[in-house]
Design a protein around this ligand. Structure first.
Ligand code: PGA
Length: 259
């Protein structure tokens, strides 16, 4: 998944897609086309949608944010229905930059998940600890809290929807730092433990639903480290920021994910 953040004009978006379609090998395209998701800015969504349709391209696209409210008198907000209308499938929720800059925390994440569900969009919930929290051995606590805030209030039927979780340590985003393999493994395990509790079937105690939710890793993913992260097999995909802005870098990372 490629998070472009606040980058790329309409012209740059178009030229990225043209270059990316040329650099992605036919094999990678066939194997993974539908699993590649680009998150451009709101203003670029219609052009991405139009070009993908025009070129019959299987890649998906998503929005970096969504309003916590339905359509109405909320100046500057973009509702889930509007996103669905332009063909969006996925929405990032609780990205650490939004948690910090926009206060997208706690109950707001749950509210946004509900809006996505009502519009049949798939929420990608981003969770992660700061460096200080990791140093103070608070990582598990912080991640548990973020997952609880987002999911604990959903009732049985709502919990059956599609969700994706992205583990993105705040200290790894845009810094070039990546957790050690041990940290990546331990954190994936503790996230799965919380998911098992949140998504266990209350009648049978079965946890297979929690086991099947995709868990992604994000934070300074590059073509030089993507293979090591994917080889751990505790993450089912990657959320890529800076390196996804270059079509060649992104297609190299896609090749790693396919192999
Ligand atoms: P980065 O960003 O790959 O540039 O570290 C990841 C993200 O913020 O999703």
């Amino acid at each position: 998944m490629a998070n472009w953040k606040s980058h790329k004009s309409l012209v740059e978006t178009r030229s990225f897609l043209e270059d990316f379609s040329k650099t992605l090998s036919a094999r990678d395209h066939a194997l993974l086309g539908g699993d590649i998701v680009i998150f451009p800015s709101f203003v670029s969504l219609p052009i991405v949608s139009a070009l993908c349709q025009q070129w019959k391209w299987p890649i998906q696209f998503g929005a970096q944010a969504v309003s916590a409210w339905e359509q109405g008198a909320h100046t500057g907000e973009v509702s889930a229905d509007m996103l669905a209308d332009v063909g969006v499938r996925y929405v990032l929720i609780g990205h650490s930059e939004r948690r910090k800059d926009q206060g997208e925390n706690g109950p707001i994440t749950e509210q946004k998940i509900r809006r996505c569900q009502a519009a049949k969009l798939i929420p990608v919930l981003c969770i992660g600890e700061t460096l200080e929290q990791r140093r103070n051995m608070r990582t598990d606590h912080v991640l548990r809290q973020q997952l609880n805030d987002a999911f604990a209030g959903l009732d049985g039927a709502d919990r059956l929807g599609d969700f994706i979780i992205a583990y993105e340590p705040v200290w790894a985003i845009g810094t070039g730092l990546v957790p050690t393999e041990e940290q990546l493994r331990d954190t994936a395990l503790s996230i799965r433990r919380v998911l098992k509790r949140l998504f266990c079937d209350p009648r049978t105690g079965a946890t297979n639903r929690a086991d099947s939710l995709p868990l992604l890793y994000g934070g300074s993913v590059k073509r030089g480290n993507a293979d090591k992260i994917m080889a751990l097999s505790c993450y089912q995909g990657l959320l890529i920021g800076g390196a996804s802005l270059d079509p060649k870098h992104l297609s190299d990372i896609v090749s790693v994910a396919v192999n």
